[in-house]
Design a protein around this ligand. Structure first.
Ligand code: 2HA
Ligand code: ZN
Length: 237
């Protein structure tokens, strides 16, 4: 895949998230690994901003490249202008910093720690999966307000029982992570503990994060899970 195709796919997904109503204001984030697709011209680009320290050292992805939604940027704008509302970052040679190298001096998404923690783990396990997607799917978030569903087992029993496709396409189900502040190290560490065993992780009263081979694959996982949640919400009680 060409790196421009990868970014265009992020733009397409951003448009879908907005249409779905899962991306109010600057809600949600996406990060995709483009290391294998960048050419020498991109590798030679100088930083546009001074390097930012990462809270946790990410040795496995040292020197790697990612396209990320920009902090404070809107998905609906990224859908039209991906390079004005997102940026390319390079992880520093020791894995403890990152720098924006293109196209504008934009800082990446506030949930970068959660996303990079996953990418670092994917790299450690030799995975070829490239995309992480965080969004605010209304019905999945609604279910995370129902106390008796707020654990991994109960949430999966509920989602899997709604429509057969859920188990078919999300066989590992979701991990349920108790509330942690957006952008926090706690959220990143909790996500990392659960993502290996699950197709996605629900962040209580906030949203979901999913991993995919590419961004559309990650979107499909969230879409399948939220369809199950929609059906659950439509059942009169
Ligand atoms: O970047 O969704 O969780 C906006 C968010 C933070
Ligand atoms: Zn969010």
């Amino acid at each position: 895949m060409l790196f421009t195709d990868t970014i265009n796919m992020c733009a397409e997904v951003a448009g879908l998230l907005w249409t779905k109503g899962w991306a109010e204001r600057n809600g949600g984030n996406l990060v995709v690994n483009i290391t294998g697709e960048v050419d020498e011209n991109i590798r030679r680009l100088p930083p546009l901003m001074k390097p930012t320290a990462l809270d946790t050292k990410m040795e496995q992805i040292a020197g790697w490249y990612f396209y990320c939604k920009g902090s404070g940027c809107r998905m609906r704008d990224l859908a039209r202008k991906p390079m004005d509302n997102g940026c390319i970052i390079r992880i520093g040679p020791d894995g403890d910093t990152y720098e924006t190298i293109a196209c504008k001096p934009i800082k990446p998404t506030s949930e970068l720690p959660s996303h990079l923690a996953i990418h670092n783990n994917l790299a450690a396990s030799g995975s070829t999966r490239k995309a992480t997607l965080h969004t605010h799917p209304t019905e999945l978030v609604a279910l995370s307000h129902i106390a008796e569903l707020c654990d991994t087992e109960r949430m999966n029993e509920t989602l899997w029982s709604m429509i057969p496709e859920t188990r078919l396409f999300c066989p590992k189900g979701v991990g349920f992570l108790a509330y942690a502040d957006p952008g926090s190290k706690e959220l990143a560490e909790g996500t990392l503990r659960m993502i290996g065993q699950h197709d996605a992780v629900i962040w209580e009263k906030h949203g979901v994060i999913a991993v995919g081979d590419d961004m559309m694959d990650a979107f499909d996982t969230v879409d399948i899970l939220n369809k199950a949640a929609q059906i659950r919400c439509a059942i009169p009680r």
